[in-house]
Design a protein around this ligand. Structure first.
Ligand SMILES: Nc1ncnc2c1ncn2[C@@H]1O[C@H](COP(=O)(O)OP(=O)(O)OP(=O)(O)O)[C@@H](O)[C@H]1O
Length: 249
């Protein structure tokens, strides 16, 4: 499975300067890849282009060699996507909402309902599955969003800051879910929780101002850490060193 951006240029409406210019990025086809970078680096933009929710002004978005534009429905079925802000329908219960999203992606009615129950359980929301989404907390809604991304048979999963707003216990639950899922399906996840998640990742991509500064195995990323960095601080140190290198280069 190959999902990639090929020489893409993108700018937001009424903005003169493109966020991404002649930008290429290929999602590794196995395991967990974390996408790091400071605020405004272009992570969410990159992910929404990969998810097919934003369209490039130039260049191509490709899934296994076929252009997004020719197979949009098919594409959305294969690519699961958790945006930063989880859109929900306030009148539906958590289970109804997740089942509806799975149905939209091509699951049968019964299949979607069963699957919704299972994934809500997986993200620790079994007890809240009958509550209206309007009554859920921000962290619980985020878990509903994660459940939606897991609720259909996608071939790649894109998660934009999935751990934002989760309490420490839920982060641990999420890490376990992520480990299980990424063993089966490639996952690309943007995050600011470097220390938490670098251990879990197979690949680390670091971007800034619409450019990839580093892309490679987790160890090759951690190798940039200062020699005196404490083991628990290695990922943060590597991040700081690479960002500084960019400033000096
Ligand atoms: N809807 C929008 N309209 C106009 N500009 C936008 C919009 N969304 C993002 N931008 C701009 O595009 C650039 C990249 O933003 P993007 O959200 O992709 O960064 P990010 O790396 O995901 O940041 P963060 O870590 O804060 O989520 C920023 O300069 C941002 O201000």
């Amino acid at each position: 499975m190959t999902l990639l951006l090929d020489r893409v240029t993108f700018r937001y409406r009424r903005w003169e300067r493109p966020v991404l210019s002649d930008f290429s990025y290929e999602v590794p086809d196995e395991g967990l890849t974390i996408l790091l970078g400071p605020n405004g680096a272009g992570k969410s933009t990159t992910m929404s282009l990969l998810a097919g929710t934003a369209a490039p002004r130039a260049g191509r978005v490709l899934l296994k060699g076929s252009a997004l534009t020719s197979t949009r429905r098919e594409y959305r079925r294969h690519v699961a996507w958790l945006p930063q802000r989880v859109p929900t329908s306030r009148q539906l219960t958590a289970r109804e909402y997740v089942a509806y999203m799975a149905w939209l992606k091509g699951e049968s009615r019964t299949g979607a309902w069963e699957r919704a129950g299972a994934v809500l359980d997986q993200v620790g929301l079994a007890e809240q599955s009958g509550r209206k989404t309007a009554k859920l907390s921000g962290g619980q809604l985020r878990r509903v969003g994660i459940a939606c991304a897991l609720a259909h048979d996608a071939r790649v999963i894109l998660l934009d800051e999935p751990t934002a707003g989760l309490d420490p216990h839920q982060r641990t639950v999420f890490r376990d879910v992520l480990r299980t899922v990424a063993a089966r399906i490639p996952v690309l996840m943007s995050t600011h929780d470097i220390a938490d998640l670098a251990d879990e990742a197979n690949t680390v991509s670091l971007m800034d101002r619409g450019r990839i500064l580093h892309h490679g195995g987790t160890q090759s990323f951690l190798d940039h850490a200062r020699p005196d960095a404490a083991p628990a601080r290695q990922a943060e140190s590597a991040y700081a060193v690479l960002m500084k290198l960019k400033d000096s280069g």
